[in-house]
Design a protein. Structure first.
Length: 552
């Protein structure tokens, strides 16, 4: 450490932190009573904060043993700091930073597998929470159950000493718990999955059923009566921490914090009230306990997460860096409200859930410029997110005969129009509609004249018949089956290249063809079209596969 750098946050340096930024509890008085799998930024900015607030109000010694599943970066950041870290609330009027002291130890799932197994078997631990993301559950894409062909799952079933899959860790921990006396416990999934409690129960039971354990039937019977799987809804936007965030925390705390996290002022946690054993008094932190979380879960999943994914996709395609950048455009808020208006039709009524007010709050939250929430972060793991967020409500609405784009019709677009260059001017390389891919421009002029490949593997233009017996001529770079060449997007329609179909009796000039009528849709009025269609909805320029857009 250089002479100019501040000391690292820890129990020893905590007295240096300004009093108003210190934890409202004594971290030394806590013991691990909660095990959390997936101690990433979201858990530290959400459930760990709620647990600290509950502990400050009612006590109980509710400490958290946080477990990271893969990367050791969280262990390396928090273990030297005795589990302490800071949370900075990104308020529009300026940041507010405070230290969180509810994490008592930090483990790596496989490197510290013995300690993890001991904690899961301990009767002192009565709650196990999870935020491992959708893909961390190793589900089969077809059945929704456990993917027995997944390499991690196969290795655990083969008898790996320290289980590497979440289902394997929980199954082994419950088996050890039963052998240690069978104290009841609650396993709480806090990930964005519909009916996440039922999903987790199914995965754990399917893993146990697939083992060769001689006590598996007894274990399954014990789980039925002694292990609860409450469903949950969690909501708080937590951007990835940047170096600027760490500098902000260091200025507020006067010590360095390598585990700093940030988040928005809004927070929500709804829990199904079916716990099997003792739990913190999370009500003191504003947590709501209900008999059925489904209406809240669907509202959050389909409105917040669904619109987040939508504007992340469109924002990436149009050069926006953050969610606030998208909302600052002329189409951002309209896109969010239009999408939510359609998706809200799939939600069941629920007492205490004001959907118009919820949608208004989403617009305000997305527009908060202090959040700096990168659209690239939101767009990650899209193939896991899109089916839950978009496809499920779409199927339900169609099955119910509600207004959605009908099969066979190309929908109107929510989002910005494709930019067109000034007349006679090339836009250069540009970006094709398939998020970040260079638009095809055809070969360099010299290569084209020589009839060979240009630089970077570009091919010479395909040659097509013009309908007569005359000489062949090269096709334009932009066709209905290729990505758009930006050089050919001219403002004057009459100057665009023209070519004809060669089917006898069906000669047709695309440049002058009348536009095919757009599909009528309740959200289409005044909005541009989906990426992959030209302005007149004549025919798709390319196939748009939504999951593929996110996984790039």
């Amino acid at each position: 450490m250089s002479a100019a750098s501040p000391p690292r946050l820890s129990l020893a340096t905590l007295p240096r932190v300004p009093a108003e930024s210190r934890p409202p509890i004594d971290p030394r008085a806590l013991r691990p009573r909660i095990v959390h799998l997936g101690i990433g930024a979201f858990h530290r900015a959400h459930q760990a904060l709620c647990t600290q607030t509950a502990e400050a109000a009612h006590g109980g010694g509710w400490g958290i043993a946080g477990v990271t599943q893969r990367s050791r970066s969280v262990v390396d950041a928090l273990r030297p700091q005795d589990g302490l870290y800071s949370f900075t609330e990104r308020r529009p009027d300026g940041p507010a930073t405070r230290v969180v002291g509810s994490v008592t130890e930090v483990l790596h799932a496989t490197d510290d597998g013995t300690r993890l197994g001991t904690l899961l078997a301990s009767p002192e631990v009565t709650v196990v929470t999870l935020t491992v993301t959708e893909k961390g559950y190793r589900r089969d894409a077809t059945t929704g159950g456990l993917s027995l062909d997944d390499p991690l799952v196969r290795g655990d079933l083969a008898g790996r000493p320290a289980p590497a899959s979440v289902a394997g860790q929980l199954a082994a921990g419950l088996r050890a718990r039963l052998r240690a006396g069978g104290a009841p416990v609650s396993l709480v999934s806090c990930d964005n999955m519909a009916d996440n409690g039922t999903v987790l129960r199914r995965l754990v039971r399917e893993f146990i059923a697939a083992t060769a354990w001689d006590d598996r039937d007894r274990l399954l019977d014990w789980i039925t009566g002694s292990v609860a799987f409450p469903a949950t809804v969690v909501d708080r936007i937590v951007p990835a921490t940047t170096d600027a965030d760490r500098r902000t925390a260091a200025r507020a705390l006067t010590v360095a914090d390598e585990g700093a996290v940030t988040g928005e002022p809004f927070t929500q946690w709804v829990l199904q009230d079916i716990f099997a054993a003792d739990r913190p008094h999370w009500e003191e932190a504003g947590v709501r306990f209900v008999a059925d979380v489904a209406p809240y879960q669907l509202a959050k999943l389909r409105l917040l997460n669904g619109s987040h994914s939508l504007i992340a996709c469109l924002g990436l395609a149009n050069g926006c860096r953050t969610v606030a950048d998208v909302l600052a455009t002329g189409w951002g808020e309209e896109t969010v409200r239009a999408y939510c208006a359609e998706a809200a039709q799939s939600l069941p009524p629920a007492e205490g859930l004001d959907l118009p007010a919820y949608i208004d709050s989403l617009v305000d939250r997305f527009a908060n410029p202090a959040m700096e929430h990168r659209v690239q972060q939101i767009a990650m793991d899209g193939s896991q997110k899109i089916p839950e967020r978009w496809l499920a409500p779409l199927r339900e609405l169609r099955a119910a005969g509600r207004d959605t784009p009908p099969p066979g019709h190309r929908p109107r677009r929510l989002g910005p129009p494709h930019p067109r260059p000034p007349p006679g001017r090339s836009t250069g390389r540009g970006v094709a509609p398939r998020l970040g891919r260079p638009a095809h421009r055809g070969p360099a002029p010299a290569a084209a004249a020589a009839g060979r490949r240009g630089p970077r593997g570009r091919h010479r233009p395909r040659r097509v018949r013009t309908g007569g017996a005359g000489p062949r001529r090269p096709a334009p770079a932009l066709t209905s089956r290729t990505a758009p060449a930006k050089e050919s997007r001219l403002a004057d329609p009459q100057s665009r290249p023209r070519h004809r179909h060669t089917t006898p009796g069906r000669h047709h000039d695309r440049a002058t063809a009348p536009a095919r009528p757009a599909a009528q849709h309740p959200l289409a009025d005044g909005l541009p079209l989906l990426p992959g269609h030209d302005r007149q909805l004549r025919r798709p320029r390319h196939h748009l596969h939504l999951p593929a857009l996110y996984d790039r």
